[in-house]
Design a protein around this ligand. Structure first.
Ligand code: BV8
Ligand code: ZN
Length: 240
């Protein structure tokens, strides 16, 4: 299976990647679902929604402030680094991430679409201004804009539209890919989870790496069980 995956990846001219929280787990950033997940005492719909923020901005900001403090201490891991190597090796490469932690950017990937936004940006509900804010911890919750308006995290919540350009880039990459890597995602959240299916419909080879089986596992031609940080470097050639 690993040899097959390595051979397919090596001979592919065009590669697309979809990552989820699992690739950042080895950097110490908790995942959303599964053991030790972020959502353990909340349902995702309870926190990551505009209604939850409307109802209790303080609670939602406490959650994001806690995550920002964890992410600030995190470093990209071998899985992130293998994707930087892959971007450098491939003429046609695109990385689509559901993660908002910014670890792919810090690792050095440039050809990237962030489908669910970025935890280090904030947006004012008053004047609409978006800006970068990397203050950890935040001194006031919820943080305020200089116009006095309330700031929200610059992320995409359930029921909210994804950034149009990022989504278009992602679909285009999925349609063009000869090999589509799906790394550390439960493949439950749409429209991100539709991307590997788009690639499959176009005859791409889908290689999944996950600790456990997912909704996608039965559709992927290769589904490797294990840690992204351990298995991905084994299929990205040029690694010992
Ligand atoms: C939208 C906020 C259009 C940012 C997030 C019914 C059916 C189908 C769809 C829907 C439905 N009802 C509602 C919908 C739409 C909804 C949706 O998909 N719901 C799901 C739950 C059914 N989607 C939306 O609302 C999207 N918007 O559709 O807009 C629209 C507009 C208006 C009206 C109608 C429609 C918006 C989706 C974005 C939601 N925002 N988060 C943040 O705070 O981070 S989603 C949240 O889940 C995160 O963003 C995260 O990225 C995402 C996906 O989770 P994963 O990344 O996969 O992480 P997870 O913990 O689940 O899994 C980790 C995996 O890694 C596990 O499998 C684990 O085994 C593995 N793993 C762990 N460690 C490792 C590992 N693998 C390898 N190595 C390891 N070391
Ligand atoms: Zn403002």
């Amino acid at each position: 299976m690993i040899a097959q995956a390595r051979e397919w990846l090596e001979s592919a001219a065009s590669v697309a990647v979809l990552t989820g929280a699992g690739i950042s787990a080895e950097s110490g950033v908790p995942t959303f679902r599964g053991p030790g997940g972020l959502w353990r005492n909340f349902r995702p719909e309870d926190l990551a929604t505009p209604q939850a923020f409307e109802r209790n901005p303080q609670l939602v900001w406490e959650w994001y402030d806690w995550r920002r403090s964890l992410i600030a201490k995190a470093e990209p891991n071998a899985g992130h680094r293998a994707l930087v190597q892959l971007e450098q090796q491939k003429r046609s490469f695109w990385l689509v991430t559901q993660n908002v932690d910014g670890l792919h950017d810090r690792a050095g990937n440039r050809r990237i679409s962030k489908l669910h936004g970025d935890i280090w940006t904030v947006r004012c509900l008053g004047c609409g201004k978006a800006s970068r804010n990397d203050q950890v911890p935040l001194t006031t919750l919820p943080p305020r804009c200089e116009c006095g308006g309330m700031l929200r995290p610059g992320v995409v919540w359930f029921g909210e539209m994804l950034p149009q350009q990022a989504l278009e880039q992602a679909y285009f990459a999925a349609q063009r890919a000869q090999v589509f890597l799906v790394l550390g995602t439960s493949s439950l959240v749409y429209p991100a989870a539709a991307l590997p299916r788009v690639a499959l419909d176009r005859g791409a080879r889908v290689i999944e790496i996950n600790l456990e089986p997912t909704e996608l596992s039965s559709l992927a031609q290769v589904s490797l069980r294990g840690k992204v940080g351990e298995l991905l470097p084994q299929i990205v050639t040029g690694n010992k």
